[in-house]
Design a protein around this ligand. Structure first.
Ligand code: GLY
Length: 395
């Protein structure tokens, strides 16, 4: 296959943090890259709280995902420093740790189970009494019955991260095309580019679907290569801690209240992010009175002082959920088409490892070992159709 001088090696469909990190890392590997997105740096990262919660968001049956999450968390400090250097912008990486607390006997039993699972998984997590929790975080409610101190679960500011990735991409020579990709172009059984919303056609050696929850909606993708992602709505609130109230919280505080997750993520800037609902409602992104009420009610039970703070923003975003809650990274059944999507609750956490994995796939034609369990074709019935090793590169 021959390419013209203007044809990039890679077209990334979707310019959220996953698409941008893929583009940036691929450009660093010497590939010419375009990203198609009407609003690069937008998407779910505009809403996300940015918890890097590999340990506190551990779930039964997700041990394989845990390994990838831990690996990405391990890479975060160097990734953040390199991105800040490359972009000249801060990303708000804060090694603050997390405290997961229980408010009643049921919550405490749930947290004990989580602690046992963490311990069996070799993770660092310390059980604290209610009094010890309040000593760490004096704004906690007097009724807190106990908690887990997890010093390795940190945070980053996803909005700063997205802006830094936009700049880093531009500085690395990535071309950001501010149009939506509407249709994949397939020729002779291979993805060769996409048609954009303004009618232009971008031909490329390889195409990466990185459109978050929208990744399955690009026209022209053959059924066997469509990523099985669905939108999972999350409503999130932003409050502001006035300087007179600081320090309000010194680390992320979270709990399961009546079966729902609630977390409070304090930024050094004074922003306090409260999240998040988890709703399977299709493409709905309305902020609802009920969603805001439940988040404030649960957060207030944890930290009563939040009612004094200005409520500065309410938003809803869509997580890209996959059938096993883990991402789809690498080659699809259609030659020339890759995916980087399905990150569900872990998109911000998995940004560093996703960039590395996708750049290796695009530049070397093979995915690193840590990504092999996350092949996009793992849900297909019958024998695997995904090449497990090196994929032929277009010339
Ligand atoms: N990881 C937090 C969330 O998705 O709400």
């Amino acid at each position: 296959m021959s390419r013209t001088a203007n044809q990039p090696d890679v077209l990334v469909v979707g310019g959220g943090i996953i698409g941008l990190v893929t583009a940036w890392r691929a450009a660093q590997r010497g590939l010419s890259v375009r990203v198609a997105d009407p609003e690069p740096g937008g998407g779910a990262a505009r809403v996300a709280a940015g918890m890097l919660a590999a340990v506190t968001e551990l779930h039964y049956g997700e041990q394989t995902l845990l390994a990838l999450n831990l690996e990405s968390a391990r890479r975060y400090p160097d990734f953040a420093a390199e991105l800040e250097e490359a972009s000249g912008r801060g990303v708000g990486y804060r090694a603050c740790g997390t405290l997961a607390v229980a408010l009643d006997a049921d919550d405490r039993a749930h947290l004990r189970e989580l602690h046992a699972l963490q311990t069996r998984s070799g993770l660092e997590s310390t059980w604290l009494s209610g009094r010890e929790c309040r000593r760490l975080e004096p704004m906690l409610a007097p009724g807190v019955r106990g908690g887990l101190r997890v010093d390795g679960d940190h945070q980053v500011d996803p909005r700063l991260l997205a802006s830094a990735l936009v700049t880093a991409c531009e500085r690395a020579g990535v071309v950001l095309v501010r149009e939506r990709a509407e249709r994949l172009v397939v020729e002779r059984g291979r993805a060769t580019g996409a048609v954009l919303s303004d009618g232009t056609r971008v031909a490329a050696g390889q195409v990466v679907l990185a459109g978050g929850s929208m990744s399955g909606r690009l026209d022209g993708v053959p059924a066997e290569a469509v990523p099985p992602v669905r939108p999972v709505k999350g409503q999130v609130l932003r409050l502001t801690v006035p300087p007179a109230f600081a320090p309000f919280l010194s680390r992320t505080v979270r709990a399961v209240v009546r079966g729902s997750q609630v977390y409070l993520v304090p930024r050094e800037s004074g922003e306090l992010v409260i999240g998040a609902t988890s709703e399977e409602l299709g493409w709905d992104t309305a902020v609802t009175a009920g969603g805001v009420y439940e988040l404030l009610r649960d957060a207030h039970e944890l930290v009563p002082g939040i009612t004094e703070l200005p409520l500065t923003e309410t938003r809803a975003g869509l997580r890209p959920g996959s059938p096993d809650n883990a991402p789809l990274l690498g080659f699809t059944a259609l030659p020339g088409l890759l995916t980087a999507t399905g990150h569900y609750r872990n998109g911000v956490l998995l940004t560093p490892v996703t960039g590395d994995v996708m750049a290796a796939a695009l530049a070397d034609g093979d995915v690193p070992d840590e990504a092999r369990p996350f092949a996009p074709g793992r849900f297909a019935a019958g024998p695997p159709r995904i090449p497990s090793g090196r994929q032929e590169q277009p010339v």
